[in-house]
Every structure is written in structure tokens, then in C-alpha cells.
Design a protein around this ligand. Sequence first.
Ligand code: ADP
Ligand code: MG
Ligand code: ZN
Length: 481
Amino acid sequence: MVQFETVIGLEVHAQLKTKTKIFCGCSTEFGKEPNENVCEVCSGMPGVLPVLNEKVMEYAAKMGLATNCTVNQKSIFARKNYFYPDLPKGYQISQFELPICEHGHLDIAYEDKSGEPCKKRIGLTRIHMEEDAGKNIHSAAENASFVDLNRTGVPLIEIVSEPDMRNAEEAVAYLKSLRSILLYLDICDGNLEEGSFRCDVNISVRPFGQEEFGTRAELKNINSFRNVHKAIYYEVARQIDLIEDGEKIIQETRLYDADKGTTHSMRGKADAHDYRYFPDPDLVPLVIADEWLAEWQASLPELPAERKARFESDFKVSEQDADLLTSEKDVADYFEAVLDSYNEPLKVVNWIKGEFLRELNQSGCSVSECKFTPEMMAKLVELVDKEVISIKIGKDIFNEIFTEGLDPVKFVKDKGLEQNSDSSSLEAAVDKVLADNPNEVEAYKGGKKKLVSFFMGQVMKETKGQANPGIVSKMIQQKLS
Ligand code: ADP
Ligand code: MG
Ligand code: ZN
């Protein structure tokens, strides 16, 4: 049987967080009434002229700098011609021959199917600037279709990768890493569901050892990382099945159906576009001055990879923990804010990656919406660390104090949850447990030393989890020796 290798290349469209559109002064604000954010320029009236929003070139160039690209100090806007109701000009202003950034790369770290940590460098072909199209809205109730041009002219960068990825895990890691950089740069809000971060997944397969690439399908309409993963698995199996049945893969665009977990053909190569790209005569070549480039380079924030390295060296957290903490900027900021109040990185990281991230995921809120402040988290870790409460109590109360945003110190005091280190009352509890379980005491004395954890559990039950485990464990062993 022939073994097949998967080849994946990704195209990402990231909506830039500018206040105004790319070639006019209209607002980019989301959620307005249809066609509220529209003027003569972005609605494609004849005779108007586009003027580049300089934030767009700054953001595009910064993304290039952050991904090891060459920033072309001269780049050209081109018209990509096609007809669609959401594109009133009949062409999209994009870049073709001389994009603003080229030849970059991104280093990804991920776990493969079997959970092995892996690293890889993924080539970045280009990053170019372009305008978004509008939106067609189909109303069954009114039996009509409408066009909303609010999104027309909203700035995008398209980031095109080399066909360097070989499986779904690499593709998802690459996408997460790109998204993370966009968020660190604060140039895109990275929302897959709302479409401010959209990815097209190009996939082909080839027999292992064959140099030539197979024919690819391009998958669209995938709006979560989980679905990227699922779509790739489905599509790879589909292509291999076809080839094994002696059929040919056709180059086409396929849509992912999230409900069915399948892909289906949207358009084939037969009606593939010939966009007739040509330089836009309304826009002069974009020339980036040396000073601008130097200024953008100097103003780059600390990026995920640098922050990860700093976390490893300064806080001595493991590489995996550093990765987990820094891949979401919000989480990394939260972590550092906790340390400002209680500087015990290794203890804090356990609470962040365990309880905090779990509750955060379950609540569905973002770090900024979360009511449990870094100061509260710091107090909780300190309470456990100083043995005021047991770790078990800390975990038991976490959901409530997290959800409500309660001060842990006050909460523990009000509920009387402080750990019991009072030896006379603990001794009473230990004595009771030993008296209630004569068979286990017998077995322990006969050599089943593991039973100490059984006695511990019983004492904890007896004391509602408040017994100081260190003291109790010593006490049990003394009494039984
Ligand atoms: P288009 O503009 O038609 O989408 P490109 O040549 O720009 O085509 O390629 C788009 C993406 O497809 C790139 O990310 C590239 O890496 C990827 N790609 C190209 N050929 C293949 C292939 N045979 N298998 C998988 N991905 C591919
Ligand atoms: Mg494409
Ligand atoms: Zn406008």
C-alpha cells in the first residue's frame, strides 16, 4: 500500500484594527445599521480617488517585521478584477507583484498526534494589504437579497504561507502563532467566529518520497481552530480515498460544513478566476521611508517568542508552561500582574494553568471580562502557600470566588475555612478515626503502610477538609508506630 504525505499551505486574512477604512475616512466600527459606514469612495462611485490610510501600511509592515519578513520599501497596489454584488467597483484593490512584505518565517512549537513536543520553521511567502468586500444578506422572509457595504474597504492583510505544513497539528499551531502575534501587535482582534481572522486551507497529498506536489483543494469557511483540525482530517482522507480508487483530484475551492464535518465543492478550476491584475493607476507606488521603518522596528512590542524565552529564564517555568502562559497575551499579562502582588512564579503558574484557565474556558469570558483580579489570585496563592488554607479548600472555593470576583482573604475568614493546625483538636479527630476503623489499624500494623492515606482522607472528612495535612500525617504515623 502506498503511504501518502499531506501538504498544507495557509492563507490568512486578518482584519486590521484601524479606526477608518483603507482608502477613505469611513468608520470601521462593527454592528452599525447596514450601509451606515459608507461614502462615495468605498461604495465605488465614479470619479472618486482612494487615499491610503497610513496606519494600514504601518500595521502591515509591523506584521512583516514580527514574522522575519523583508519589508519592501517600494510596493504596488493592484486591481483584482471580478464581478460580485458586494464589490461595487468591479475590482478589489489588493497587491500582486510587489507586496509590502515577503520571505518571512515563523517558528512553531506544538504537540504531534501522539503528544510528542515538536518544533518547526514555516516559511511565509508574502504579506499584502487589501480591502475587504461588502456583505450580501439573503432574506428568506422578504424573498430578497440585500447588499451591506459597511465592510467594503475595511483594511485586511493577507498572510500567505509556503506549503510547508505536513499535518493538521502543524497547521493549527501555525495559525495560533500568527493570531498570537497579531494580538501582541494589537493590530487585529483575531476573532475567528466573527471573521476578523479568516483562514483558507490549501491541501494536497502525494506518495511519500515524491517531490512533486499533488493537486490541491482550497478549503474555505472554517471558523474555529477545532474545525481547521477536523476539516484537514476529513479532506486528507477524502483525497487519499479518491486516489486509491484510481480517480484524479481536481483543483477546486471547497466549503467546510461544520455541522456535518465534511467539505463540498464550491467552484472548480473550470470557472476559476482570471483576475486580470494590473497596477492601480489611481494609487502611486507606496514608498516607505527609512525613518518610518526604523521607527516601526523600534516600537515593536515584546513578541510571544521573546516573552516565552523571558518567562523561562526569569521565572524558571518549563518551556511548555511558558508557551501556555504567553501564547495568549491577556493570560501572560494576568500572570505577570499576579506576580506583582505575590512573587512566587512556580506556585502561581500552577493555579493559572489549572484552576484559572479551566474556569475561564468554562465561563466563556475573556481575561479582561473576568471579575477575579490578579490581586485576588495573588491572595489565594498566598493563603495556600502560607498554609492558612489547604490546597483542597483553595480548589473547592475557586469556582465561587472566581465567578463572583470575591476577595479570598475575606471569603476564607467569613466562612471560617482557615486550616486547623491546633494539635489538640486534630488529635481528637485522629483518635476518633483510628477508633472507628480497627480493621484498617490492624492491617496497617501488619505492613499495609499505604493505608496512611486512607486515614488522612477520613481525618479530612472529619474536619471538613480543614485539617493541616502535614500535622495530621505525622500524628497518624506516630500513633500507629
Ligand atoms: P492562489 O492565489 O490561487 O490561492 P497561491 O499560489 O498563492 O494560489 O497559493 C496559495 C496557497 O496554497 C499558499 O499558501 C501555498 O503554500 C499553498 N499551496 C500551493 N500549492 C499547494 C499544494 N500543492 N498543496 C498544498 N498547498 C499548496
Ligand atoms: Mg487562494
Ligand atoms: Zn467610505
